[in-house]
Design a protein around this ligand. Structure first.
Ligand SMILES: NC(=O)c1ccc[n+]([C@@H]2O[C@H](COP(=O)([O-])OP(=O)(O)OC[C@H]3O[C@@H](n4cnc5c(N)ncnc54)[C@H](OP(=O)(O)O)[C@@H]3O)[C@@H](O)[C@H]2O)c1
Length: 250
């Protein structure tokens, strides 16, 4: 029988980029705590439907899907309104969707700049703007998924690093703007899921520089997210780094 004792039971979260990888693991963790979910995807339709089916089988009518390209801010606003419309409330917004690829200086196009800035920074702002009233009514929270490379730029990824640095500032700025009703925090992952193209030598080099000497798991990020939602009522405007100590290693 479903355990309904969680303090999160019946609350509603909207998670962007939730069809697969980290977003999907965060979705499963929140769902297991009793939250109802609006899961956003862009192109990963099949994975999104499979996840919805799995979670709705565990708890009927607990997950809706919303498709949108977040580069269009009107669609971002619609996504948020659809999520609120589905459940009549919104308690948590998780800005997880991101485009990530190298942009060596000398090669960067306007389209690449707009794509990386749009998904990692612009969309989170417009999503927060559209969600602010509903989150205020529920004393809810926003969690932005940033990156340790918001502080220390990742070589050949200047646009991505800059976008995530902007998202860290947006986290702090929105914490100021939306207080006292809405808390706004961020989680900064280190090496959790490798990008598809990353070779073994680079993977080993990254792990050797990580104090805990192993790669993290998406569940490590999901638990930090859950902490910020459930147990962090006096925390706002902060970034929790979940990187096995990589970012403090000299
Ligand atoms: N993986 C890591 O170890 C790591 C490390 C540091 C930080 N992070 C951060 O953690 C988060 C999750 O990481 P991840 O590796 O799981 O992410 P990911 O697989 O690279 O991307 C997540 C989703 O973002 C969506 N997306 C990208 N551009 C979009 C757009 N214009 N409109 C709508 N959706 C868009 C895609 O949805 P569709 O597939 O549906 O198109 C994609 O599945 C990201 O914010 C990332 O920057 C990850």
């Amino acid at each position: 029988m479903q355990n309904n004792t969680s303090s999160l039971s019946g609350k509603v979260a909207l998670i962007t980029g939730a069809a697969q990888r980290m977003g999907a693991v965060i979705a499963e963790a929140l769902h297991a705590e009793g939250l109802n979910l609006a899961l956003h995807y862009r192109t990963s339709k099949q994975a999104a439907h499979a996840l919805q089916e799995k979670l709705n089988a565990a708890r009927a009518d607990s997950v809706v899907l919303i498709q949108a390209d977040l580069l269009d801010s009107a669609k971002v606003t619609h996504m948020v309104h659809d999520a609120i419309g589905a459940w009549g409330r919104l308690d948590v917004l998780i800005n997880n969707a991101s485009s990530f690829y190298p942009t060596p200086v000398g090669s960067v196009s306007d389209t690449q700049w707009d794509d990386i800035m749009g998904s990692n920074l612009r969309a989170p702002f417009f999503a927060a703007q559209a969600a602010a009233r509903a989150l205020g009514e529920s004393s809810g929270c926003i969690i932005n998924i940033v990156d340790i490379h918001a502080d220390r730029p990742l070589k050949t990824y200047p646009v991505y690093s800059t976008a995530k640095a902007g998202l860290v500032m947006l986290t702090k700025a929105l914490a100021c703007e939306l207080a006292p009703q809405v808390r706004v925090n961020a989680v900064a992952p280190g090496a959790i899921l490798w990008p598809e193209a990353l070779d073994q030598v680079t993977q080993q080099r990254i792990i050797s520089r990580t104090l805990l000497k192993h790669q993290g798991q998406p569940g490590d990020i999901a638990r930090a997210v859950l902490f910020l939602i459930r147990d962090a009522g006096y925390i706002t405007g902060q970034v929790i780094t979940v990187d096995g100590g990589r970012s403090i290693n000299a």
